[in-house]
Design a protein. Structure first.
Length: 273
């Protein structure tokens, strides 16, 4: 049985108060047809294909991740990938923190599919790998800035190589509005459609054509990801998280979270099953 070879750097325990917290930096080398385990991740992840082609699963759909293409997983997404008919090499970065999901979404990157990103900046990944074990407050702030800088670079590549055009103007603008209005309990598909000057039917049809996902399901996924990002921060109460994610009470948020994940928010926070 072929084994996965990787170089992984794991951080020591560190405060979760920084906007973006570096977790791991990895260098994967998959053998032909090799697969990973399928699991739901509770952090953000950047995948960047260096050589060969592999397949990754995003929201239940398999996509090819070709050489010089990248993909981003948000907290709460199902994580799965496997190599194609040849060896596959990629770099991987994982991070969490209060701003993990919102920063990615704020850059206007469609996370529902891979996109052309150009040659992987190996030097940046190496610098981050060397910095993972640092735990001083200054180092944590520096790491947060490096992640933000890398995401900004990825966003520039995404828009330069036409990723935004593939996603479609309606979807990009709708996702921006969803994120900006996340804390409004009244916001929904009807309101988003109205902001875009479209009927609910026309908006839903166009959004699904551009992303492959119904807008209601996409908004639910964004809310879930935001909850997961906030719930890992002990300083936020469940009531405060509910208010920031568009729920009238922590009870209604808890029901939503339990329905979509099968776990209560309080148990998710403490790591109980």
């Amino acid at each position: 049985m072929n084994k996965l070879h990787l170089d992984m750097y794991r951080p020591s325990d560190s405060p979760l108060c920084v906007p973006l917290g570096l977790r791991t930096v990895s260098h994967y080398r998959f053998a032909k047809k090799q697969t990973s385990a399928s699991r739901t991740i509770h952090f953000a992840q950047v995948l960047w294909s260096i050589e060969g082609t592999g397949w990754i699963r995003i929201n239940g759909t398999d996509h090819a991740l070709e050489q010089d293409h990248a993909a981003i997983y948000l907290p709460g997404m199902q994580h799965f990938y496997h190599a194609g008919d040849s060896e596959w090499e990629l770099r991987c970065l994982t991070f969490d923190g209060i701003a993990a999901a919102s920063v990615i979404q704020g850059f206007g990157i469609d996370t529902s599919r891979p996109f052309k990103a150009g040659k992987c900046p190996a030097g940046i990944f190496d610098s981050m790998a060397a910095a993972v074990g640092e735990s001083s407050a200054k180092a944590l702030r520096k790491n947060s800035a490096m992640i933000y800088s890398l995401l900004a670079d990825i966003a520039d590549r995404y828009h330069t190589h036409g990723g935004a055009e593939k996603s479609g103007a309606i979807a990009v603008e709708a996702i921006r509005l969803m994120n900006e209005n996340m804390g409004d309990a009244q916001i929904g598909i009807e309101q988003i459609a109205g902001m875009l000057g479209l009927s609910r039917f026309a908006f839903s049809k166009k959004f699904r054509e551009e992303t492959g996902t119904p807008p209601k399901a996409y908004l639910q996924e964004l809310r879930l990801q935001r909850i997961m990002s906030l719930i890992s921060q002990p300083r936020f109460t469940l009531a405060e998280i509910a208010a920031q994610t568009g729920f009238l009470s922590d009870k209604s948020m808890s029901r939503f979270f339990l329905l979509l994940t099968g776990v209560r928010p309080s148990h998710f926070r403490t790591g109980k099953s």
